[in-house]
Design a protein around this ligand. Structure first.
Ligand code: SF4
Ligand code: SF4
Length: 209
């Protein structure tokens, strides 16, 4: 199945044309969304990584790259992405607007993320961000630190204003989809609707009831 033809909410292709949610959510995979995400992610990763290498902390750069491979291919996929409607696609790899291409080692879990998973997600993001920044500070690589910080701010702003406000992984602690839109999406997603009952109503924006 081609990624563009997969519809995470389980309705038909024709339904998308008239669906009011199509302009509110990133509910269909597009290469354009993926491109915009990657450009900004690498706006942080490249200056941070190059800064570590040129200041001699090659071991730290290697460790960080290894961590990213583990986090974005294994750990984050289990705690975050296995709950995402994009993960429901019948495929061996993920086709989505961020972790595109990661192997799907875990089963799909349409139910919301639990507290332990949300806690782990913060730990995982924290290590991804703070480790290279800390190492650049330790190596007094101020210009690289400045470039990495600028890249991180641009990336974080893009995520919080353009992605998390429209993302269909509704139980992610960063999700900021307005509650009425989240509810409308749940109503159109049969797999999620069955398990997000009563005590699993959308808890957004901001993860608050
Ligand atoms: S919510 Fe479903 S039907 Fe509506 S545009 Fe998105 S994928 Fe299509
Ligand atoms: S949570 Fe984000 S990265 Fe994971 S599958 Fe969903 S859209 Fe992709």
């Amino acid at each position: 199945m081609k990624p563009e033809s997969f519809i995470p909410c389980n309705t038909s292709e024709a339904a998308c044309r008239d669906c009011p949610l199509s302009t509110q959510l990133k509910c269909r995979f597009t290469s354009r969304d993926l491109f915009h995400f990657l450009i900004r992610a690498f706006g942080f990763i490249l200056p941070a990584g190059i800064g570590l290498v040129v200041t001699g902390a090659v071991w730290a750069a290697t460790l960080w790259v290894g961590y990213m491979l583990f986090f974005f291919s294994v750990w984050e996929i289990r705690i975050l992405c296995s709950h995402c409607p994009y993960y429901a696609e019948d495929s061996k790899v993920l086709h989505c607007i961020a972790n595109h291409g990661s192997p799907k080692l875990w089963k799909y879990r349409p139910q919301p993320m639990n507290r332990a998973e949300k806690f782990q997600l913060w730990i995982g993001f924290g290590l991804f961000t703070l480790f290279p920044l800390g190492m650049l500070i330790n190596g007094k690589a101020w210009w690289w630190l400045l470039a990495a910080l600028a890249g991180w701010l641009i990336f974080a702003r893009y995520l919080t204003t353009r992605v998390c406000t429209r993302c269909i992984n509704l139980s992610c602690p960063l999700n900021r989809v307005p509650k009425h839109i989240a509810q409308a999406y749940l109503d159109s997603n049969a797999a999620m609707r069955q398990v997000w009952k009563n005590d699993h109503k959308p808890t957004h924006p901001g993860g608050k009831p």
